[in-house]
Design a protein around this ligand. Structure first.
Ligand SMILES: O=c1[nH]c(=O)c2nc[nH]c2[nH]1
Length: 453
C-alpha cells in the first residue's frame, strides 16, 4: 500500500523508478519501480509501487502522461547534508594544509576571513561555494561565515536565491591573540549577533535560518559564551561550534577554563549544549563527555577530511553511535580540501578503516551506514529530520537524481547493475557529473537557473 498525504495541494511532479534512502530501521532501503509524487508545496505527497499507478492517479488527480520515468541506470537518493562547512574558507580550499590547527588558523584562516569585510569579495566567494555545493549534491548546508554581519547576511541571501537549505552562522570571537584586527569586543559581538539574527529572520527565507556561532572556546571569553547561550535560548535557535579537534586545543581549553571538568563541560556550563547544538570534530571526547552529549541532545559533525589534512585526530564514529549521540558528516572546508559530501563519505570510510588497521576488533563502518550518516544522520544531527533526510511522505522533496552511466562521467558499467551496486559505485567513484538534477523542497536547483539580477 502506498504511503500518502492527501492534503489539499495539487501534484506538481511524479517520478517512477528506483528510490534509495535510509530509514530508522534500515541504513539502505531500496524501492524499485516506485512512484513518488511531489505536491505544489514541494513536499512528498505519496510514495507507492508502480503497479498502484492507476489508483494513485485517481486519488491525486494527475494523468499517467505526467509521470517521469527514470532510466535503468538512474536512481533518486536524498540530498546530502553537510553539517559543517566554512563558506568563507572556500577561496583557499585545496591549499595551505601544512600546519596543525592552531597555527593553520593564525597563518591562513584568520587573514583570509578578515577580507570578508569587503562585500564584493564576500559575494564572489559565497556565490561560488553555494553553487559548488549544490552541484555536488549538498541540499542542506550548515555554514560558518565570518565575524562580519553584512557579509553573513549576504551568504543567507545567496543560499536563498539559489534554493539551498542552509543554517548560516555569523562567527563570534572576542579573543584572538594572533591576528589582532580579526576579533570583536564582547558587546559588539553580542549586539552584532542580535542584529544578524533579527535581520535574517526578518527576510523570512523559507529554507535559510540563523545559527548562533561561537567559533570555539579558545576564541571566546566565558562572558561571550554565556551571552550566546542566552541568545540561542531566547530565540530558540541552533548553535554550532568546534570541540576537541586536537590535543593541543584540548590542553589550552583546560588552562583557560580551569573551573570546568572537561571541554564539553565548558559549553555545558555556558548553556550551549542543547538539542539544537552541533559541535564539529570531537576526536578526543571521553565516554563521559559523550554521555553529556546524549543527555543534552547535542550532536556531532564528523569531518574526517579536515581531521586527516590537519593531522588532528581520528574520531571513533562507532563509539559515538554506541553512545547514542546524533552524528552527521561535514566537509569542513577548508581544513577539508573538498566541498563534496561524496569526499566526506569516502574519508569517513577511510577513517573507520584506519581504526580497524590499528585494532582488528574495531567494528568498521559499512558504506550503507555511511550513506545514512550523509543523509538522514545529518538531518537528525541538525534537528531537521521532520523536513528532510529521506523520502518519507510529508517531508520536503530534497533529492538527487543520479545517473551512474552519465556521459563523460567517472563510472564505467559493463552491464546493468543492481541498485545497491549502483549506490556503492556512486558513493565510491561518482562525482557531480553523475548528479544530473538536484531538488530542494521540490524546486529544481541544479541545473542552475541564475537568480534574477
Ligand atoms: O577545522 C577548523 N576550522 C576552523 O575554522 C576552526 N576554528 C576553530 N576551530 C576550527 N577548526
Amino acid at each position: 500500500m502506498a504511503d500518502t498525504d492527501r492534503s489539499a495541494c495539487a501534484i506538481s511532479r511524479v517520478y517512477r523508478g528506483t528510490f534509495i534512502h535510509s530509514t530508522h530501521k534500515s541504513a539502505v532501503q531500496i524501492l524499485e519501480d516506485a512512484l513518488l509524487g511531489v505536491n505544489t508545496e514541494g513536499k512528498i505527497a505519496f510514495i507507492g509501487k508502480g503497479e498502484e499507478l492507476h489508483k494513485l492517479t485517481q486519488t491525486f488527480g494527475f494523468s499517467p502522461a505526467e509521470v517521469t520515468q527514470l532510466t535503468q541506470n538512474e536512481f533518486f537518493m536524498p540530498g546530502m547534508v553537510d553539517t559543517h562547512i566554512h563558506a568563507s574558507q572556500y577561496s583557499y580550499a585545496g591549499t595551505a594544509l601544512d600546519l596543525p590547527l592552531l597555527q593553520w588558523l593564525n597563518t591562513y584562516t584568520f587573514p583570509v576571513e578578515s577580507r570578508f569585510k569587503d562585500l564584493e569579495f564576500a559575494n564572489k566567494i559565497y556565490t561560488q561555494i553555494v553553487k559548488r555545493t549544490l552541484r555536488n549534491g549538498t541540499t542542506t548546508a550548515c555554514y560558518f561565515a565570518t565575524i562580519h554581519t553584512d557579509a553573513s547576511l549576504l551568504l543567507g541571501q545567496i543560499a536563498n536565491d539559489f534554493g539551498q537549505r542552509a543554517l548560516v552562522g555569523k562567527v563570534c570571537m572576542d579573543r584572538n591573540n594572533a591576528v589582532k584586527h580579526y576579533k570583536e569586543a564582547l558587546q559588539e559581538s553580542q549586539e552584532e549577533t542580535c542584529r544578524f539574527i533579527a535581520e535574517l529572520l526578518h527576510k523570512k527565507y523559507p529554507l535559510v535560518k540563523p545559527v548562533v556561532t561561537p567559533r570555539f572556546a579558545l576564541s571566546c571569553t566565558g562572558a561571550l559564551l554565556r551571552q550566546l547561550g542566552a541568545i540561542a535560548k531566547n530565540n530558540n535557535l541552533h548553535i554550532q561550534s568546534h570541540i576537541s579537534e586536537t590535543v593541543e586545543e584540548v590542553k589550552l581549553v583546560k588552562e583557560l577554563f580551569p573551573e570546568s571538568d572537561s571541554y564539553t563541560d565548558v559549553y555545558h556550563k555556558h548553556n550551549l549544549l542543547t538539542e539544537k547544538t552541533l559541535m564539529a570534530h570531537g576526536c578526543y571526547l571521553s565516554d563521559e563527555e559523550l554521555d553529556l552529549f546524549r543527555e543534552t541532545g547535542a550532536s556531532l559533525s564528523h569531518c574526517p577530511g579536515s581531521n586527516f589534512s590537519l593531522c588532528s585526530g581520528v574520531l571513533n564514529v562507532r563509539n559515538v553511535l554506541n553512545h547514542k549521540v546524533k552524528l552527521g558528516l561535514g566537509t569542513d572546508v577548508a581544513g577539508g580540501y573538498s566541498a563534496s559530501m561524496l569526499d566526506a563519505v569516502r574519508r569517513t570510510l577511510d577513517a573507520s578503516k584506519v581504526l580497524t588497521i590499528q585494532d582488528p576488533e574495531h567494528d568498521t563502518l559499512s558504506f550503507e551506514e555511511v550513506f545514512r550518516l550523509a543523509t538522514l544522520g545529518g538531518s537528525q544531527a541538525l534537528s531537521l529530520e521532520d523536513q528532510t533526510g529521506n523520502f518519507e511522505v510529508g517531508k520536503d522533496f530534497d533529492a538527487l537524481r543520479v545517473n551512474v552511466a552519465a556521459p563523460g562521467g567517472p563510472i564505467d558499467l559493463i552491464q546493468f547493475e543492481e541498485p545497491k551496486i549502483m549506490l556503492e559505485k556512486f558513493l565510491n567513484l561518482g562525482d557531480d557529473r553523475n548528479i544530473v538534477e538536484v531538488f530542494v523542497a521540490g524546486r529544481k536547483v541544479v541545473p542552475f537557473t541564475e537568480p534574477a539580477e
